[in-house]
Write a protein that binds this ligand. Structure first.
Ligand SMILES: [Zn+2]
Length: 81
């Protein structure tokens, strides 16, 4: 005999851009975003802090365009990296 309990799990329903506060969900109901994660350690003014941010495609493009060295870009073909 199985005992069953109803369990409510948190579900991500949207991702919001930390920079502009807009939804990262596209018109095709797909979430497109960049993640920025940082773990600050000894020697940092933020020692012991961890941060996680999300950026929409527009904000990501704007921020990346300010880089002196552009990010490494690869292109996948039909889901193959
Ligand atoms: Zn944004």
């Amino acid at each position: 005999m199985e005992k069953i309990a109803k369990e409510i799990k948190p579900v991500v329903v949207d991702v919001v851009c930390n920079r502009c506060a807009k939804s990262c969900t596209t018109v095709h109901d797909i979430r497109e975003f960049a993640e920025l994660k940082a773990n600050w350690g000894y020697g940092s003014s933020q020692d012991g802090e961890s941060q996680e941010s999300h950026l929409c495609e527009t904000c990501h493009k704007e921020i990346v365009s300010t880089f002196k060295i552009p990010p490494t870009t690869t292109r996948s073909v039909m889901g193959v990296a």
